[in-house]
Ligand binder design. Structure first.
Ligand SMILES: [Zn+2]
Length: 167
């Protein structure tokens, strides 16, 4: 498996065990070149699904196979340097993959996957959510992004003050 940090082609498996729900094998790996450690998950793929990205402006729609790895990459990127456990990200990715693969459709619009990711991230980490949403919605103006961010912040504050007292 290629190292995600230095792109070296070889890494060693240091530890291998089933996840809590027994749905996957979790492997701790170490890069033979730069020594970085990372985690991979081996799991069942139920069926092949094609993701359709609408072209817009009269351009043809693009189709590519659904890849868990790509989904995981974009979610990990949104959660970068945030206090989100890899297991939490893996759960979200698995949940979305299950929805995609069990929807019974051979094709799924990329926008629908985007909504699933945003729904999930919103519950995990607001910063990661804003990061993903800003890329996903492709805001053309910074002001749009600021308005959006303040909306999320207001919602979070309302939740914090409106919720039950802790302690
Ligand atoms: Zn490396």
């Amino acid at each position: 498996m290629r190292c995600p940090f230095c792109a070296h082609d070889d890494s060693q498996v240091k530890d291998s065990r089933p996840t809590e729900d027994n749905a996957a094998i979790r492997r701790r790996r170490q890069c033979a070149h730069c020594g970085a450690r990372f985690t991979t998950f081996e799991r069942v793929q139920l069926r092949e699904v094609t993701v359709v990205k609408s072209g817009g402006d009269g351009k043809a729609a693009r189709r590519e196979p659904f890849e868990r790895r790509k989904l995981e990459q974009s979610i990990s990127l949104a959660c970068r340097k945030r206090d989100v456990a890899p297991e939490r990200i893996d759960q979200l990715v698995s949940g979305i993959q299950r929805q995609v693969e069990t929807a019974g459709e051979a094709e799924i619009p990329s926008s629908r996957i985007g909504e699933m990711v945003m729904d999930g991230l919103r519950q995990i980490d607001s910063v990661a959510y804003i990061r993903f949403a800003s890329v996903y919605r492709d805001f053309s103006e910074a002001r749009d992004f600021e308005e959006f961010a303040s909306t999320v912040q207001e919602a979070a504050q309302a939740e914090a003050t409106g919720g039950p007292a802790s302690g």
